[in-house]
Design a protein around this ligand. Sequence first.
Ligand SMILES: [Zn+2]
Ligand SMILES: [Zn+2]
Length: 842
Amino acid sequence: MGTALNWTYFDIVARYKRMRGFNVLFPQGWDCHGLPTEVQVEKRYGIRKGDLPAEKFRDLCVKLTTENIAHMKEEMNSFGFSIDWSTEYRTMDPSYYSKTQLSFVQLYKKGLIYRGEHPVNWCPRCETAIADAEVEYGKRKTMLHYIRFKIAGESGELMIATTRPEYLPACVAVAVHPEDQRYRKHIGKKLEVPPFGQAVEIIEDEEVDPAFGTGVVMVCTFGDKTDVRWVNRYKLPVIKLIDEKGRMTEAAGKYSKMTVEEARRAMVEDLRAAGLLAKQEELVQNVGVCWRCKTAVEILAKPQWFMRVLALSDKVLEEARKVRWVPEHALTRFIDWTKSMDWDWVISRQRIFATPIPVWYCTGCNQPIVADEKQLPVIPSKDMPPVEKCPSCGNQSFQPDPDVLDTWMDSSITIAVHAGWPEIDPRLFPADLQPNGTDIIRTWDYYLMVRHLALFDRAPYRTVLINGMVLGSDGRAMHKSLGNYVDSTKARDKYGADALRQWAAIGASTGSDIPFSWKDVEFAYRFMRKFWNAVRFASPHLNPDIAKLDAGKISFRPVDRWLLSRLNRLIKNVTGWLEDFQFNKALGEIHNFVWHELCDMYIEEVKHRLYSGDKTSEAVAFTLYHTVLTSTKLLAPFAPHFAEEIYQTFFAGSEKKPSIHVTKWPEADESAIDESAEKLGEIANAVISALRQFKSTKKLALSSEISGLEIYTPSQILAKQLEEIAVDIAGTMRVREVKITAHRPELRERVLSVEPNYARLGTKLRGDLKIVADALRRAKLQEITEQLSQGKITIKEAGKTIELSAEDLKIKREMESKGHRVEVIDIVEPTLTLLVSLGGGP
Ligand SMILES: [Zn+2]
Ligand SMILES: [Zn+2]
């Protein structure tokens, strides 16, 4: 569903721009590499990455990816996404990853890619480094342990609160805030760290939060990012406590080989037994987890490749501010992310299914030898390095880099690749539009920006179009693992691709999360059915010869002018909304216009003219032809199959274009937009709707005849307007005679029957209720009518006087005007009173 939403946005823009006359490049590439595929392969075959030779594992990934692509391609085609398939590429093919490698080599030469040993986020389950952008944060309940530390060479002790006691063996210092009076006298002294008793210095640092725990913190390698900063700042030693699989190393002594969790439990028990655990408290903590497998992330230092992104942050921010972001607040996300980064981007991964790092190492001096641009693509484990001797030490043997590149290294150069890089077609760069989901602003949008700036010193996109997430029935983001998802294939089979596309377009404002709604999908389906039926009805009258007549030579009725004015206003508004990427507003206006104005009102209002075949039917044919064709064109970007079907069935013969999607986008005719015509049309609609409603409550057939209609209004202007549309009202509602009057009609009310309102009077009168009922039955209706005109009736019976208001009674009345029985309908907007005579005498 997420893909359906994302791609519907792209496709609406592509189709709209093509109809506006643009030459649109709508490319398609498959971002194949990465952890999700590897994790899927591991699950499907019940293996881990080391269980198979890398090449075999990679083959399984390629197989799975090929299957996934075939499925997605079929899905995309049935949605009618108008992709140029001649541009298709797969990032796992050498033709693509040679470009990823080329970008690596070029950035290495520019000094923007470097090798270093810096702590990185590490997923112990996936056994790989991951970038900051791949760490997700979530709240978890954990324990805060208060542990006693002995002051070395003294009798006193200090208490330290920590959530990670398993890190005690890697504690390399203890820190307090410089202004924390409690500990000033201890700065510079040493503490003995349990359980092994290594002595570490008490240092002072502004970053310590005196309010957390006891205000004394352990500095461990590496409990978190602050530890990394402290180790750098104070040149502290690094103890490697946790290995790549998330197990304790030799440095943990008797705890080695345990998992982090096991070590924590064992350590806590030992501390408790030794009397070193003072107390424990529950604590809710923000924990970083792997985006793919949700395993808690550790921080590990291993030699890795980095891209120097922090140095580019100012430029990134400057360029991002020049881009148009839809919605605007996406820019804030981008800026916040860029500013929050404190590490360079780690681009090496210890995985398999990804672009090989084009590097070898000298076995003599470990100097990295980067591939030559001309030899790309390379697989270092199979190919030879570009030199015979190490330029540093002259050694002649080399070792391939076993690592691979972060998938975002592939997908962060897509815009240049679409433009033909290394030979860039200037028409295609920068891209006019970069569409993606809100969840990848900090990855795709950010990496695209930083990499294109690094490579070409130019921002890669002019506009970024953001779509929200699809929410399941439980209000959470739709996800297979949550069981709250709807399969798009199933929904499409039931209501058709166009119904689903319309849900995607109309379900939320651009960039907002969108709940999946069967109601919206069904609505779109019913809308198309309604439109189709209306067009079919109109089809004998869709006369191209009349449609091509000069509008000035046709005598339009006010309802025709009303619809044509509304139509031109619709063109103007929809075009404006599409220029603004406000798909829900554009489609909402089309729905409203077609359903309520064209189908419900206009077509009903002109049927009588079509049936009579008189001179005015020419204006109807003209209006219908243009309105149906134009509405279909406006709908084409949203519902391409449906619009094409209407076009091929009813218009292709006369319009001579092979498809609606290559016709010209409609242009609003400002001269047809006419306030007074719209006003007049609305008055006709109001009167006709009221009469329809009246016939329906009276259970009369819509086609039943009304013998007379008197419309009262004190406004001379309104009276004049009503004169103009009287014929249309009469024809539509089958009224024999319409009369418009400025004189308040003389109405006389006649009571037909009256009885007690038992619901009201039951509790009020109790035993007297029967007396009242009897009295009312005997009373003369004439008298009751007169009394009621004074506001109440008085009953005198059995020595009692009972007063009743109109609400105490159930009264059946009828109205009379000039001795004829009439029905009265009041209309609020505009203020009118209708007197309807159905015939049949007084
Ligand atoms: Zn993981
Ligand atoms: Zn060397």
